[in-house]
Design a protein around this ligand. Structure first.
Ligand code: OGA
Ligand code: NI
Length: 320
């Protein structure tokens, strides 16, 4: 049974001790075989995480819940008598941190909430860069290589998607978030410590990403698959809905700058390199229209511009 498969949990504090090598190996195995791992002792203060969780839940109740219920009504989703495949059962808003913050343009956030999200975002940005260096070490790339690639001329793109997955009367009829791989670089997810829902696809089975208090879930996006020439993979994941409980999740996406040229690192490329080279923003334009489709046709399409417009004729919407 799948329960015997152990979802990788990495204790980052062990990087400073005699178990460093095993810890690095665990991270490498997770990147190669899961596309996901969960980290503890990552240095984010637990009281900040508790505060962010509490304020996110309050914000949902105060400013988002009514909108979500209105959306359900307007889309005729209260009854859920048949399967719904073109809508997600989620309530979200987006914070952009880099290249320019929009934190003060978002309505309905208290000053305390803004301050906490700013602090949280900055710490996650630093953590993302530290993690990229761990990946470099495992990949035999020089320290700073990935950070430098993501930086381009204008710095990385970094944003946070704040989501709530409210209880759903018919979990078998609709997903909280349909299956997809993430388009960008590295994703750091702070998820509800009680209500589960996130699942990843491993060897044909959907595996739960277990809630674990004060942990951060890490996963790799399509760009890291391209840069590593497929050594590391972005992995399909989804959120299933639950009958009971409201699941909070705060996903922060550390991505390349929009003008960055992405291609396999030369030391990882081979004669059989199948991955394309492209400008990150062009990939995002394509992704916006085909997010819930497999990544392979996207990689194929990026090899030539005609195929891009065939996959998504209206390629233009901005998304993480
Ligand atoms: C995403 C995502 C998972 C979650 O936003 O890309 O996979 O648990 N979110 O919210
Ligand atoms: Ni995702």
């Amino acid at each position: 049974m799948e329960q015997t498969i152990k979802f990788p949990v990495v204790n980052l504090s062990k990087l400073n001790g005699e178990e460093r090598d095993q810890t690095m190996a665990l991270i490498n195995d997770a990147c190669e075989n899961w596309g996901f791992f969960e980290i503890v002792n990552h240095g984010l203060p637990h009281d900040l995480m508790d505060n962010v969780e509490k304020m996110t839940k309050e914000h949902y109740k105060k400013s988002m819940e009514q909108k979500f219920n209105d959306m359900l009504r307007s889309k005729g989703l209260e009854k859920l008598e048949t399967e719904v495949e073109d809508v997600d059962w989620e309530s979200t808003f987006y914070l952009r941190h880099l290249p320019q913050s929009n934190l003060y343009d978002i309505p309905d956030m208290s000053d305390e909430y803004r301050t906490a999200m700013k602090d949280f975002g900055k710490r996650l940005e630093n953590l993302a860069e530290d993690l990229l260096d761990l990946l470099c070490e495992n990949l035999g790339l020089e320290k700073g290589y990935l950070k430098k690639v993501f930086h381009g001329t204008k710095g990385p793109t970094f944003g946070t998607k704040v989501s709530n997955y409210p209880p759903c009367p018919g979990p078998e009829m609709i997903k909280g978030l349909r299956a997809h791989t993430d388009a960008g670089g590295i994703i750091l997810l702070f998820q509800d410590d009680k209500v589960s829902g996130l699942q990843l696809l491993k060897d044909g089975d959907w595996i739960d990403v277990p809630p674990l208090n004060h942990s951060i879930v890490i996963n790799l996006g399509d760009q890291l698959e391209v840069i590593t020439n497929g050594k590391y993979k972005s992995v399909m994941h989804r959120v299933v809905t639950q009958k009971e409980g409201n699941r909070m999740s705060i996903a922060s996406f550390y991505n390349p700058g929009s003008d960055v040229e992405i291609s396999p690192a030369s030391s990882l490329a081979s004669k059989e390199t199948e991955y394309p080279s492209f400008v990150f923003d062009d990939y995002m334009k394509l992704y916006a229209g085909v997010k819930f489709q497999p990544k392979e046709p996207r990689f194929e399409a990026m090899k030539n511009a005609t195929a891009v417009t065939e996959l998504n004729p209206a390629a233009s919407v901005e998304t993480f």
